[in-house]
Design a protein around this ligand. Structure first.
Ligand code: URA
Length: 441
């Protein structure tokens, strides 16, 4: 067996056997197959797809490419949450502390930015001193002591995904159902949690942009969960516009702190409460999502959620004073407020273009080795349905230079559709998928 034969087979749209998938995956994990052959295989999969059997084999091979974490030393049901990725989508930083404040341990392994989407690890690393590279032993100790930890998957966990994820980011092979499903589920199955809540985004900023594609992805991941014996609830949420008002690494940390401090309400909080409430249900903390929302709101109002974030940042070596003073987060060279300049309703947004605009400013990687600038990005206070006047603040840009601010301003203007007609407002939640079926809203 060799990689050229396997790439050829997939290029011709043929089904790969379990042995062939294992060969490719172990080649990625052990780095015995060069990046250019892995990248060619990823593109062949992206273009020709995979059967359900291949997707399952790929997921299990990726899970088994490294260790499977043992979290049994942490008492209680450990529920993980994972998003397919969005723009201004920092629900983890809001819900992990809130869920922990409700008494449910959160031992979460997160990812880095991928394509136009941001990554929780990159956001956390914008906090001075904070580390996301923690041994499994210290991770477990931290969760036992503080109730919450968010770290990177350890090198020993699903190493094949680590290699493939980084390659997909820079080879335009992110938007592939089998690659997304196997990437997410292999990590979730290896990370030792007892149950999983998945946030599957849909809309112009999602990896899967159509509702049917997003529901199909949700079903594929729920099916893999069933096969692996783990309860999975997948919630299809809207990504027709950035979820929060802030896009960029330090800016999204600020957005999460603003929410946990009670200063900001809105879609980021609503979706965090929705996902968090399903985590509480799967953990057995409450019977219904409605009860879960109530518990989470209590943790928000009492300040217990913000306190948990503070403990987590401190435990991971970060400067927890950011929870009280967000100006301690990295600041950019240039800050520019942009006015709408026109009147009309915000009718639609090209949210992928908005994500790419932040990436181009230095908030995301274009090449694997790119070093991020944590301070850059933008605040976009306007939402679909808002009526703009020429003097309305459209955005505040946080840039490395005036020239980059110019480019970002143009990209943001191009990404917004302004119309005389008031548009229909997008939903926050479109469907909930479990092993029992699909509930649409
Ligand atoms: N998140 C992941 O972990 N993997 C993907 O492929 C997409 C989103």
């Amino acid at each position: 067996m060799n990689m050229v034969e396997l790439i050829t087979k997939k290029k011709l749209g043929q089904e790969l056997s379990q042995e062939e998938i294992n060969y490719f995956v172990m080649g990625a994990a052990e780095k015995t197959v060069p990046d250019y052959q892995l990248a060619a295989m990823l593109m062949a999969i992206r273009l020709n797809g995979m059967t359900a059997k291949e997707t399952t084999c790929l997921t299990l091979a990726m899970r088994d490419s490294g260790d499977v974490a043992d979290l049994s030393a942490i008492e209680g049901v450990k529920v993980d949450k994972h998003s397919t990725g969005g723009v201004g989508d920092t629900t983890t930083l809001v819900l992990a502390p809130l869920v922990a404040a409700c008494g449910v341990p959160v031992a979460k392994m997160s990812g880095r930015g991928l394509g136009h989407t941001g990554g929780t690890l990159d956001k956390l690393e914008s906090i001075s001193g904070l580390t996301v590279e923690i041994s499994e032993e210290d991770f477990i100790r931290q969760v036992k002591e503080t109730g919450v930890s968010v770290i990177g998957q350890t090198g020993a966990l699903a190493p094949a995904d680590k290699t493939l994820y980084a390659l997909r980011d820079v080879t335009a092979t992110v938007d592939s159902l089998p690659l997304i499903a196997s990437s997410i589920m292999s990590k979730k199955l290896a990370s030792g949690s007892d149950a999983i809540v998945l946030d599957v985004k849909t809309g112009s900023g999602a990896i899967m942009q159509t509702l049917e594609g997003s529901i199909e992805l949700a079903q594929a991941m729920v099916d893999i969960g069933v096969l692996a014996g783990k309860p999975v609830t997948a919630i299809v949420t809207g990504m027709e516009q950035p979820l929060g008002t802030h896009v960029g690494n330090a800016l999204e940390v600020k957005d999460a702190i603003d929410v946990l401090s009670g200063r900001t309400k809105g879609a980021l909080l609503e979706v965090s409460l929705l996902l968090g409430s399903h985590m509480l249900v799967l953990a057995g903390r409450c019977e219904t999502p409605e009860e879960g929302v109530k518990l989470l709101k209590e943790a928000l109002d009492s300040g217990a959620g913000l306190e948990k974030l503070r403990s987590m940042i401190k435990a991971q070596g970060g400067d927890s004073r950011v929870c009280d003073d967000v100006s301690l987060l990295p600041q950019p060279a240039v800050k520019r407020t942009v006015k709408a300049g026109v009147s009309g309703y915000v009718a639609a947004m090209d949210t992928m273009a908005l994500g790419l605009a932040a990436q181009a400013m230095g908030a995301g990687r274009i090449q694997k080795t790119d070093v991020l600038d944590y301070s850059v990005g933008y605040v976009l206070p306007v939402r679909i349905g808002d009526l703009l006047m020429p003097e309305t603040d459209l955005a505040v840009l946080y840039a490395r230079s005036e020239a980059e601010a110019d480019k970002a301003e143009q990209a943001i203007r191009n990404a917004l559709v302004i119309s005389d007609e008031k548009p229909e407002l997008p939903k926050l939640c479109y469907a909930i998928v479990t092993k029992d079926g699909v509930q649409r809203f």
